[in-house]
Design a protein around this ligand. Structure first.
Ligand code: PAF
Length: 284
């Protein structure tokens, strides 16, 4: 496994041969979810690149950026064991040579102003910008993302279409811990007891999904109110709960076939997100 820190060295390496590249962008703290994305990429490509870059502009709170778990030594061990070919490990200057005031921002206009944007202003523009920088540099054939950050995934698919990237975006369903908690780097910031409580996120999501089957989504507001209280009893602060058409993230219409329930909560000051699909056809 090669660790490459500069754009120049990376381009030199990629020039040598015609590769079928799979790119897995990460911010480090490699976990089971990432390893699943790597496994998928082994099947389809002959060069696997994992980028590790803690992308400051996508954090709307500085403290969140500072607290983000960084475990580079362990990450490199795991990536090597899992047959990654190249780890691209640039520093901030390499990615943002002119700092954060002059840099170009890529924005998937409409979609980056809804849902997550209400609680994390500019987060999605930070994501779309770094993804474009990596795509332009590496020009992979495939890029692989988890479905946990569903709006992020949707934005990436949109920018690939809008900006004519010849890249296939592959998405992988959420990987969960035994108790149902969606695997995330942020889970490492939780104590054992908090992790136990966090399992209620998925437990309640499944209950909400059932209720939607039964009552249809007209009573969603009522469900939201009820579950806000239920979460509070578990010392979980419900930040947002939305149901949207999973195809375009728009409000459900009579033509919607599949919905997605998107949730964000806080346990202490740790923000966790999750989602679940609802097949609306069954419900008609
Ligand atoms: O999902 C993440 O870890 C990040 O948002 C990503 C896609 C690596 C961009 O920084």
């Amino acid at each position: 496994m090669k660790i490459i820190k500069t754009k120049k060295k990376l381009l030199k390496k990629l020039k040598k041969k015609k590769f079928n590249i799979s790119l897995i962008p990460t911010m480090g703290n490699i976990h089971q979810g990432h390893l699943f994305l790597i496994k998928k990429s082994i099947k389809i490509s002959n060069l696997i690149i994992v980028s590790i870059f803690l992308n400051k502009p996508q954090f709307n709170k500085l403290q969140d950026f500072i607290n983000y778990p960084q475990t580079i030594k362990e990450d490199l061990k795991k990536l090597k064991k899992n047959k990654v070919d190249i780890v691209f490990l640039p520093n901030e200057k390499e990615i943002y040579p002119d700092g954060f005031y002059k840099h170009t921002i890529v924005s998937v206009k409409k979609t980056s102003t809804i849902l997550e944007n209400k609680n994390r202003p500019n987060h999605l523009n930070g994501v779309s910008t770094i993804i474009c920088k990596l795509f332009n540099l590496i020009q992979p054939k495939y890029s692989i993302f988890g479905e946990k950050d569903y709006q992020q995934l949707y934005i990436i698919k949109t920018l690939v279409k809008e900006l004519n990237y010849n890249i296939k975006i592959i998405s992988i369903p959420i990987i969960r811990e035994k108790n149902g908690l969606a695997i995330s780097s942020r889970n490492n910031l939780l104590t054992k007891n908090e992790k136990k409580r966090a399992s209620y996120i998925y437990k309640y999501l499944k209950k909400i999904k059932k209720k939607i089957y039964y009552y249809k989504f007209k009573i969603f507001k009522k469900i939201k109110k009820k579950y806000k209280k239920k979460f509070l009893k578990k010392k979980i602060k419900l930040e947002s709960l939305h149901i949207r058409d999973s195809k375009n993230l728009k409000i459900i219409s009579k033509n919607s076939k599949k919905a997605i329930i998107l949730i964000s909560v806080f346990i202490k000051n740790i923000r966790l997100i999750d989602n679940i699909f609802v097949n609306l056809k069954k419900n008609k």
